[in-house]
Design a protein around this ligand. Structure first.
Ligand SMILES: NC(=O)c1ccc[n+]([C@@H]2O[C@H](COP(=O)([O-])OP(=O)(O)OC[C@H]3O[C@@H](n4cnc5c(N)ncnc54)[C@H](O)[C@@H]3O)[C@@H](O)[C@H]2O)c1
Length: 285
């Protein structure tokens, strides 16, 4: 099937990046947020990212302008009804995502493909609230979307081959490398990453070392580009907390249980870079 119009639900960290890369690849994009204020914030993030791309010579000024013109923001979900494929990138909670899919299912023609950018939740469970389980697929992008070149495609129990191939075509056309995982909590990357991140919080909680020394140890000792606490600030502590909760609910294994310190930081509003403070402090972007 030919995809020309892409709908994106959520214009947070991930939704804004997904809208941007799709528009840069020539798709018409409609992105939906829940309020004008959040939509304006998300569109401003896209503007800033395109500006950075031009400054760094990654994109021509005219191409950046064309990409921005290809993105239309809305707070009305029905404006996504004419999309060929909709990518959902709302908060990592099953009930919220299912509500989006249920509503989209009533708005979009039967041929429209629904993709979820979920980090850990079951694609099969999301598909179950729609009348098109064969047309629901996981498309897990990485943060920041314009920079990170991986997309994990997730095949739900009922995802059709045609749907998987359409999602693969879209991912490849926006410059990503694709891996395919079955519908298993955390898929490939988060199955391996989340216990490591939670262990880093536990190490801090136990007083094994300071946050700086934990990050320096991993950066220099393992040659990682950043330490786990810096990475947590980058991903969002709330998002990681929800992912851990979802994985713990599936596995009932203490490795996935969010440590109390992570929960406390989320409750205190220390969400990482996006809120200006997580394990470290950041200037507001
Ligand atoms: N942060 C990461 O590194 C990362 C990486 C890969 C995948 N993800 C996944 O992407 C999804 C979004 O994460 P994020 O980091 O962008 O979170 P975020 O908090 O930055 O953005 C989520 C946005 O969704 C909006 N939203 C909530 N309900 C909505 C609705 N019904 N319609 C439209 N918008 C709605 C919120 O207002 C918010 O702006 C989650 O499923 C997360 O697990 C996150």
């Amino acid at each position: 099937m030919t995809i020309r119009r892409v709908g994106v639900v959520g214009c947070g960290l991930m939704g804004s990046g997904i809208a941007e890369v799709c528009a840069r690849a020539g798709y018409e994009v409609v992105v939906r947020e829940v309020s004008r204020v959040l939509l304006d914030g998300g569109l401003a993030r896209i503007d800033a990212s395109l500006r950075r791309g031009v400054e760094r010579g990654k994109i021509e000024e005219a191409a950046a302008r064309r990409a921005r013109e290809a993105i239309r923001g809305t707070i009305t979900l029905a404006d996504l009804a004419e999309s060929d494929l909709v990518i959902e990138a709302v908060i990592e909670k099953m009930a919220e995502k299912q509500a989006v899919f249920r509503e989209l299912d009533g708005l979009c023609p039967p041929g429209t493909i629904f993709a979820s950018n979920t980090s850990s939740l079951s694609i099969t469970e999301l598909a179950a609230v729609t009348t098109r389980a064969d047309r629901v697929v996981g498309m897990h992008f990485f943060n920041p979307v314009p920079v990170m070149t991986l997309v994990e495609l997730v095949r739900g129990l009922q995802t059709s081959e045609e749907t998987l191939e359409a999602a693969r075509g879209l991912a490849v056309s926006v410059g990503k490398t694709v891996v395919v995982a079955k519908d298993y909590p955390g898929f490939i990357v988060n199955l391996l990453l989340v216990p490591y991140l939670l262990d880093a919080v536990r190490a801090l909680e136990l007083g094994v070392a300071s946050k700086e020394d934990i990050d320096t140890a991993i950066t220099l000792g393992l040659n990682h580009p950043m330490g786990p606490l810096t990475l947590l600030d980058f991903v969002g502590l709330d998002t990681t907390y929800y992912i851990a909760e979802a994985m713990y609910a599936e596995f009932r294994d203490a490795r996935y249980a969010p440590p109390p310190l992570l929960k406390q930081m989320v409750l205190a509003g220390r969400l990482g870079r996006k809120s200006g403070r997580g394990f470290y402090e950041y200037g507001r972007s």
